[in-house]
Design a protein around this ligand. Structure first.
Ligand SMILES: Nc1nc2c(ncn2[C@@H]2O[C@H](COP(=O)(O)OP(=O)(O)OP(=O)(O)O)[C@@H](O)[C@H]2O)c(=O)[nH]1
Ligand SMILES: [Mg+2]
Length: 224
């Protein structure tokens, strides 16, 4: 078997597991966001800022993908939500089977929102469907405004892109308008938000996006 054939088989097996997850999340009315970015762009920090704002009215949980350490799951548990760490032991992305297995650790009851924080990487996670409703790409302002052009796969597939660490804009060269234009070329429908987990700017807009997507999913399930 060639390398390309092996890869095809892996992706096909993942698609089947993702389809079954998507059906389960549809039945339960759970909104699922798959957060994808480079290491350290601020995925966990955004969740730490958003979770208290989303409030006790919603049942929220998180699955945290990392090569090693329980740090991120611990950080989110400290914000009062169930969070499980998925350790990939070297793999650069999460797959649907890992989500299936880890769900039991955070799903005491039907969830409203499940955040999946993927392994820090802009390439590998892009091809692996996790049954999510929305891929959310994060790009911190310290990474350079050319990244949408360099990594078109993720920025064209992400329904929303969050430009993080906006508090650092005065200190770095990062042209927000150029990034908006570059994302628009790749994905005209994508929502783009500018946030800072430090100042809290834009975090409420991210929470609104989550609430709107949850309401639309529930409405679609009710009329199906
Ligand atoms: N100034 C500033 N720093 C931030 C912000 N968000 C995150 N950071 C810092 O950036 C670093 C990485 O943040 P994390 O939230 O751990 O990033 P991550 O994407 O979850 O990292 P990995 O899970 O390792 O891929 C930490 O030192 C944070 O304190 C922000 O909005 N502004
Ligand atoms: Mg993290």
């Amino acid at each position: 078997m060639t390398t390309a054939e092996v890869r095809q088989r892996i992706l096909a097996a993942n698609e089947a597991a993702a389809a079954s997850l998507r059906e389960r999340f549809r039945r339960d009315g759970t909104l699922v966001l798959n957060l994808i970015s480079s290491p350290g762009s601020g995925k966990t920090s955004l969740l730490e800022a958003a979770v208290p704002r989303l409030g006790a009215a919603l049942r929220i949980a998180a699955l945290e993908g990392d090569v090693a350490t329980e740090n991120d799951a611990r950080r989110l548990r400290a914000r009062g939500i169930p969070a499980a760490q998925i350790l990939t032991g070297g793999a650069c992305h999460l797959d649907a089977r890992q989500i299936e297995k880890a769900l039991g650790q955070v799903e005491e009851d039907r969830l409203d929102v499940l955040f999946i924080e993927n392994v820090g990487n802009l390439i590998c996670p892009t091809s692996f469907d996790l049954g999510e409703d929305l891929k959310v790409a994060l790009l911190s302002v310290t990474e350079g405004d050319d990244k949408p052009e360099k990594y078109p796969g993720i920025f064209s597939r992400a329904g929303a892109t969050v430009l993080t660490k906006s508090d650092l804009l005065p200190h770095v060269r990062f042209d927000v308008h150029a990034v908006l234009d570059r994302i628009r070329v790749l994905n005209p429908e994508a929502r783009v938000l500018l946030t800072s987990a430090v100042s809290g700017d834009g975090v409420e807009a991210f929470c609104d996006l989550v609430r709107q997507r949850l309401a639309s999913k529930r409405a679609a399930v009710a009329t199906a």
